[in-house]
Design a protein around this ligand. Structure first.
Ligand SMILES: [Zn+2]
Length: 119
């Protein structure tokens, strides 16, 4: 809403006059007056703020894909972490199998060397 106020005063003595007053000043008898007009357009600023907030909400509501992308990235991160642990697990199993498989061979070599020294 527009708030406006119109005030008038005598140019010579400063006596407050009606904005519609014509003729000589009732206080000093001189003619001439100052008319002050003030207009406040406060609602224009508040409308612009509310429009900006609405447009941001519309932007967020129009982009649900960003939430979906965030969820997908979260799930991918979990899967990568799981695969990483699985890889370490598989490597540990391979190494342990390899160690078990090598143990009898090493024992045979040790036994062969002991037999060689004994002869
Ligand atoms: Zn006057």
């Amino acid at each position: 809403m527009t708030e406006s106020s119109v005030t008038a005063e005598c140019r010579h003595c400063g006596e407050s006059l009606s904005p519609q007053h014509t003729g000589p000043c009732p206080a000093c008898g001189q003619t001439g007056k100052h008319v002050n007009v003030s207009v406040n357009e406060k609602i224009i600023i508040s409308e612009r703020i509310s429009r900006t907030k609405t447009s941001r909400r519309e932007q967020i509501s129009k982009k649900p894909s960003s939430i979906i992308i965030a969820v997908i990235l979260f799930l991918v991160e979990i899967i990568i972490g799981f695969l990483d642990q699985l890889l370490y697990f598989v490597i540990a199993i391979i190494l342990s199998i390899n160690g078990v498989a090598c143990t009898p061979i090493n024992e045979k070599k040790i036994i062969e060397r002991e037999e060689h020294f004994s002869n």
